[in-house]
Design a protein around this ligand. Structure first.
Ligand code: SF4
Ligand code: SF4
Length: 381
C-alpha cells in the first residue's frame, strides 16, 4: 500500500480505501472476507454511511481485532426511517443513529464523524441551526469523534464548509466526467448526464475547491471515482473511449489534497483488482490520452497527469504546477506548508532548462516553461 498524509489530521491514509456500500445485504461471511482482504492489503480507510443495523453489526464483527488498523468515516445524518435509506437533519435522530453505529461496531470512537450528503445550502443551514454541528464538535472534545468531516458532491457548499472552518476532512465525488460538469448539478443529474457528451472542460469551482483544501490542510477522500462504473463502459463513458479503473483512481489521486479513493467491493477478488493499481507503471495509470478529447476546453490548464515526463533535470512538473496553482490564489500569502512542500521537491522551477520536451508531450497545451519561471519567481527557487 502507498500511504499519504490526510491533510492536517496527520493520519497516514492508504491511497486505496474501502467504501462499504457494496457490503449492504451481504452475509457476514462475505463481509469478513472482503474486510479481511482489505486489511491484508494494507487498506486502512473505510467509509461507512449505511444506516442499516445488520450490515453495521456484520462490519463491526469483521473488525474485531482489526479496529485499530482502520480509520472509519461514520455518517452523521444517514438514517433508514420508514425502512428506506434517507437523510435526517433532526438532532435527536442524528444522535440516535450515530450512537447505534458505535454500538454496532462495538467501539467507543469513530475516526471521522461526517456530516452526510451536504449538497445544498438548506442542508448546511440545518446542520448549523439544528445543533448538529455543535453535537459533532462536542463529540470531538469528548474523544468520541477524532475528526469532523463531511461528504458532499457540490463544490460550492463544500467550499463554504471549508471556509467556515467546519471541517477537518472532506469526502467528495471526484472523477474526470464530474470535474467537467457544471458546479450546481446534483449527484443524480451528474450521473445521468455523464453519457450526454455535455462535458464543458474542468469546472473552475471544483478545481478551486481542491486547491483550497490543499491550501487549508483539509485532506480529501474521493468517492464515485469510477462514476458508478459508467466511466469503464464503452456504452456509457462520455469520453471517446472508456477509462480503466486504474486511470480513474490515478485521476482522483492526482487532484490536490486527495489522499485516498474509497472504492466499493463485494468480493475479495475485487479488493485485489483495485490494489493492482499499486503495481502499475505510470504509463498504465496515465489518463491523459482518454480525457484529452476535451483538450480544447481544458487548454492551458495543468491536470497533473504526468504525461509530460520525463524531464531531463527531473522536475516533477505536475507537483510544481499543483503548488503553483495554490500559490497563484494569493501569491502575497503562500501558505508555509505549500512553500515547504515546494522547497522539498528535488528539482524546482528554477532548475528548468527550457528544453521544451514537456510542452511537446503535454496534451493540454500547458505553457510549462513559462509556468516554471513563474514558480521560480513566486517561490524564489
Ligand atoms: S503539464 Fe501537461 S502533461 Fe504535464 S502534468 Fe500538466 S497537464 Fe499533464
Ligand atoms: S522545459 Fe523545463 S520542465 Fe520541461 S522538460 Fe525541459 S527542463 Fe523539464
Amino acid at each position: 500500500m502507498i500511504y499519504r498524509t490526510l491533510g492536517n489530521t496527520g493520519i497516514q491514509a492508504g491511497v486505496i480505501g474501502i467504501g462499504t456500500e457494496h457490503l449492504d445485504g451481504q452475509t457476514y461471511e462475505v463481509i469478513e472476507q472482503v474486510i479481511g482482504a482489505a486489511d491484508a492489503a494494507g487498506i486502512n480507510m473505510m467509509d461507512l454511511f449505511m444506516p442499516g443495523e445488520e450490515v453495521r453489526r456484520h462490519i463491526g464483527r469483521a473488525l474485531k481485532g482489526r479496529r485499530q488498523r482502520f480509520h472509519i468515516q461514520g455518517a452523521i445524518g444517514s438514517v433508514d426511517l420508514r425502512e428506506q435509506y434517507d437523510i435526517s437533519r433532526d438532532l435527536d435522530t442524528c444522535k440516535r443513529y450515530f450512537e447505534a453505529l458505535l454500538r454496532a461496531l462495538d467501539t467507543d470512537y469513530i475516526d471521522f464523524g461526517m456530516f452526510f450528503f451536504m449538497d445544498t445550502e438548506e442542508a448546511l443551514q440545518q446542520v448549523l441551526q439544528n445543533g448538529i454541528a455543535d453535537y459533532a464538535h462536542r463529540l470531538k472534545q469528548e474523544g468520541v469523534i477524532r475528526h469532523v468531516g463531511a461528504t458532499s458532491h457540490n463544490p460550492l457548499i463544500a467550499r463554504k464548509m471549508v471556509e467556515m472552518g467546519l471541517l477537518e476532512t472532506l469526502m467528495f465525488s471526484i472523477n474526470p466526467a464530474f470535474d467537467m460538469n457544471p458546479a450546481a448539478a446534483t449527484l443524480d443529474n451528474m450521473l445521468v448526464e455523464m453519457g450526454d457528451h455535455r462535458l464543458e472542460g474542468v469546472d473552475p469551482d471544483r478545481a478551486a475547491l481542491y486547491l483550497l483544501c490543499e491550501q487549508r490542510g483539509i485532506g480529501i477522500t474521493s468517492m464515485k471515482t469510477l462514476g458508478a462504473g459508467k466511466l469503464l463502459s464503452s456504452e456509457h463513458t462520455p469520453f471517446d473511449q472508456p477509462l480503466t479503473s486504474a486511470q480513474c483512481i490515478h485521476y482522483a489521486l492526482s487532484r490536490p489534497a486527495v489522499a485516498s479513493v474509497m472504492l466499493g467491493y463485494s468480493t475479495a477478488e475485487q479488493v485485489a483488482d483495485a490494489c493492482r493499481y499499486l503495481t502499475l507503471s505510470e504509463e498504465e495509470r496515465d489518463y491523459a490520452a482518454v480525457v484529452r478529447g476535451q483538450g480544447g476546453l481544458m487548454k492551458g490548464a495543468c491536470v497533473y497527469c504526468n504525461h509530460c515526463q520525463p524531464c531531463p533535470v527531473e522536475i516533477d512538473i505536475a507537483s510544481v504546477h499543483r503548488y503553483l496553482d495554490i500559490a497563484r490564489l494569493n501569491p502575497q500569502e503562500v501558505p508555509p506548508s505549500v512553500r515547504q512542500h515546494y522547497n522539498s521537491l528535488a528539482a524546482r522551477g528554477a532548475d528548468c532548462i527550457s528544453c521544451g520536451h514537456c510542452e511537446q508531450r503535454c496534451p493540454f497545451g500547458v505553457p510549462v516553461i513559462e509556468n516554471m519561471a513563474d514558480a521560480a519567481e513566486i517561490f524564489g527557487a
